[in-house]
Design a protein around this ligand. Structure first.
Ligand code: PSU
Ligand code: MN
Length: 312
C-alpha cells in the first residue's frame, strides 16, 4: 500500500485508497483504533477490524481507520498496520485531550471516538462509525465522569453512526446531555435509543427516520444551519447479535461494585467494566461487540454514500 503525507500544521498520512476517494469526492467513513487496541482482545480485534472495514465497503464507502504514530495522524490502514497495533502491548488510549501530547511525543497511539472525530475533520472525512459511544457514567453526579466523546460531538463537523451508548453508562443522563448540548439524535428505523449490544435501552429516541435520503438531508441541514459539531445517528443491534438487557444489567451491577472496591476510575474505567462483563458472559459480550461494530459500519457506509448523493 502506498501512503501519501500532507503537511499542514499537523502531518496527515493517508493510504492510497482514502487519498483517491477524498480527491474524487467519493464517500469515506472514519473508524477508531482504540477498539482494536483496548476494546477487543487479540486475535478477535484483528478479525473484527478487517470485517468492519469490509462492512464499510459493502455499504458503499471507503474505510479510514485512524491511528497515531511517529508524530502523524494516519488515516486509512492496511492489514500489516492493523496486525501491528492489535498485537502491540500497551498502546496509549488517546482521547481528544491526549492528542497533542501523543503527536508531540511521537509514539504510537490509539484513537477513541472523540479524538478520531478531531482527526476525521482534519482529514476532510464527514462520517465516522463505532459501536458504542462513550457517555455519562453512572454516578456522574459525584464523579463528574462524562466521556469526552459527547463534548466532541459539539465540536467536530462529522456525523457519528453508532448503536447508541455503552450499556455500562447512565443512558438516561447521556440522552439529557446530548439534548442540553444541542446534538441532534437521529435513530434509523427504530423508536429506541439503542444500548450498544443489549436488545433495548427502554428509552425512546427523540427522532426516528426511516429512509436514508431524509437522514442525509437532516445531517446536511444541521451543517447548513451553521451549528457546530455533527449529529449522532443510531441503529439498533441486529436481534441475533443482541444480549438480553436484564442479563447484562446484573453483570454491570457486579462490575460497577468491583470497580468501586478496586478503586478504578478515570480513563481506565470503561475498559475495566467492559472486561468484567466479558468475563461474566464468558466472551459473549465481546462477540456481540464485534458483531455490532460490523452492522453499524455497514450502515455508516450507506449514510456516507447517501450524503454524497444528497449533497451533489
Ligand atoms: N473500551 C472498550 N471499548 C471501547 C472503548 C473502551 O472496551 O470501545 C472506548 C471507545 O474508544 C470510546 C472510549 O471512545 O472508550 C470512551 O472512553 P471514556 O469513557 O474514557 O471517554
Ligand atoms: Mn471518563
Amino acid at each position: 500500500m502506498r501512503y501519501v503525507t500532507t503537511h499542514g500544521d499537523i502531518p496527515l498520512t493517508f493510504n492510497e485508497e482514502v487519498a483517491d476517494a477524498l480527491a474524487g469526492n467519493r464517500p469515506v467513513v472514519a473508524l477508531e483504533s482504540n477498539v482494536i487496541t483496548h476494546g477487543l482482545r487479540y486475535p478477535l480485534n484483528i478479525e473484527t477490524a478487517l470485517a468492519v472495514e469490509n462492512a464499510v465497503r459493502r455499504g458503499g464507502a471507503v474505510p479510514a481507520t485512524i491511528f497515531i504514530d511517529e508524530g502523524k495522524i494516519l488515516v486509512g490502514s492496511d492489514q500489516d498496520r492493523i496486525e501491528r497495533f492489535a498485537s502491540l502491548e500497551s498502546v496509549p488510549k488517546v482521547s481528544s485531550r491526549d492528542l497533542p501530547v501523543a503527536l508531540a511525543k511521537g509514539g504510537p497511539g490509539a484513537t477513541t471516538v472523540a479524538s478520531s472525530l478531531v482527526c476525521a475533520e482534519l482529514a476532510g472525512v464527514e462520517v465516522f462509525s463505532s459501536a458504542g459511544i462513550g457517555g455519562v457514567h453512572r454516578g456522574a453526579e459525584r464523579s463528574m465522569d462524562i466521556s469526552a466523546d459527547l463534548v466532541q460531538f459539539t465540536r467536530s463537523r462529522v456525523a457519528v453512526v453508532c448503536a447508541g451508548a455503552k450499556s455500562i453508562l447512565d443512558l438516561e443522563l447521556t440522552l439529557e446531555f446530548l439534548e442540553t448540548h444541542c446534538v441532534p439524535l437521529l435513530s434509523y428505523r427504530s423508536d429506541d435509543f439503542p444500548a450498544f449490544f443489549c436488545d433495548s435501552s427502554g428509552l425512546r429516541s427523540p427522532n426516528r427516520i426511516d429512509d436514508l435520503p431524509t437522514l442525509a438531508r437532516a445531517i446536511l441541514a444541521h451543517w447548513a444551519s451553521g451549528a457546530p459539531g455533527g449529529p449522532v445517528i443510531t441503529t439498533p443491534p441486529r436481534p441475533e447479535d443482541a444480549l438480553p438487557r436484564a442479563e447484562v444489567e446484573s453483570v454491570i451491577t457486579d462490575a460497577l461494585q468491583r470497580a468501586e472496591t478496586e478503586q478504578i476510575s478515570g480513563n481506565g474505567l470503561t475498559k475495566f467494566l467492559m472486561r468484567a462483563i466479558e468475563q461474566a458472559t464468558e466472551g459473549r459480550s465481546a462477540q456481540a461487540n464485534a458483531a455490532v461494530l460490523v452492522s453499524t459500519a455497514e450502515l455508516a457506509g450507506e449514510v456516507a454514500a447517501s450524503l454524497q448523493r444528497e449533497s451533489t
